[in-house]
Design a protein around this ligand. Structure first.
Ligand code: GLY
Length: 357
């Protein structure tokens, strides 16, 4: 909380994504998928402390995002990451009607990316991506479930479940590992191929993708109560835990042919920790205890080995994040989503009960 307060002045109006050795976050375009995480951190701390400074700093986050819809923009399926911890969070915490309206508008946009042939939500923009779906989208489905609850209109949830079923059929492997990208023929819906995306290859298991899978599938079970999603969440969580090295911080991919010296990804660790706490709350002991203990081990290791909490002037919570190895981008850096999920997981561990996702 103290560190987040220090970051308010340094970050100012910027949209943080990556911080490097100088310890200052950059300013990413506001339509970039990470733009909801900093306001989301502020909303969590405000919710825990009710200190006005955090509310004031978070307040404009959703209005800033919505304005971009009126200009040429590059929003895509990640509006869940962007509008849940901003607009929806604001509505949940303060009752603000504009926050609800903006989050519902984002849900309409997300639902509009659904491709009935193949039953998937389209991931990225561009003519060459019409048939692409990615595992990360499991997390965005929470926006659709929220929208169905808030509006009383089941169509959002129908779309979310259809996409979730496609994930079970085409992303999750029998051993619980997940591929990053599945490519479909958008006209017929036929599955064409897997793609490595941000992982090592089509048959590998990108660790952050595995974290999105275990957390997203846990949420889908939470929102639907359907046991097939719980079974899938359990499988992906066991796989994640089984692949961790001794220090509980994953390498950037779990299936590297030559893992020695390869970068770890603290953001995958933080996302998984928060997801494991969610899954622990959804499953009775002793299974639930396994996930909670796994999450605590990860968080303890992050705090001991990769936290910037004692580094004055370094305006991020975690170091050691890995953005995109195949493109050689953002390796050994701080990532705002690593910070968000680390904070979110610690908030859960210390009794925070509200959920944005
Ligand atoms: N959703 C993109 C990523 O995890 O890098």
């Amino acid at each position: 909380m103290k560190k987040t307060e220090d970051m308010i002045e340094d970050i100012g109006e910027r949209c943080p994504h990556v911080a490097r050795d100088d310890g200052h976050y950059d300013d990413a375009p506001a339509d970039w998928w990470t733009s909801g995480f900093w306001p989301g951190m502020l909303w969590i701390v405000y919710d825990r402390t009710r200190i006005e400074r955090f509310r004031a700093a978070a307040w404009e986050g959703d209005a800033k995002l919505e304005r971009l819809f009126l200009e040429p923009n590059d929003f895509y399926h990640d509006v869940g990451f962007q509008f849940l911890p901003t607009a929806a969070a604001k509505h949940m915490i303060t009752g603000d009607a504009e926050g609800k309206r903006r989050a519902l508008a984002a849900a309409v946009f997300l639902a509009g990316r659904y491709n009935p042939a193949g039953r998937f939500i389209r991931a990225w923009n561009g003519a060459d991506h019409t048939g692409w779906a990615i595992i990360d989208c499991c997390m965005n489905l929470s926006l659709l479930f929220w929208a169905s609850r808030e509006s009383g209109d089941p169509r959002f949830a129908h779309i979310a479940k259809a996409h979730a079923d496609t994930v079970l059929d085409h992303f999750l492997r029998p051993d619980g590992s997940s591929r990053h990208i599945a490519v479909f023929d958008p006209l017929t819906g036929r599955f064409l191929r897997a793609d490595g995306g941000q992982g090592f290859g089509p048959d590998s298991a990108w660790s952050r993708g595995q974290a999105w899978a275990l957390y997203g599938l846990s949420n889908i079970y939470k929102h639907t109560g359907e046991s097939k999603y719980l079974e899938a969440a359990l499988r992906s969580a066991y796989h994640f835990l089984a692949c961790l090295p001794e220090d509980s911080i994953p390498l950037w991919d779990f299936r590297l042919p030559d893992p020695d010296g390869q970068p770890r990804d603290t953001s995958a660790a933080a996302i998984a920790a928060s997801g494991l706490l969610e899954l622990a709350a959804l499953t009775p002991a002793p299974i639930g205890r396994t996930f909670r203990e796994g999450a605590v081990r990860i968080l303890a290791s992050l705090t001991e080995r990769h936290s910037a909490l004692d580094r004055d002037g370094y305006h991020a919570l975690l170091t050691g994040g890995t953005g995109h190895v195949p493109e050689n981008k953002n390796i050994h850096v701080s990532l705002i989503y690593g910070d968000y999920f680390y904070l979110e997981a610690i908030a859960k561990l210390t009794g925070w009960e509200r959920r944005f996702f």
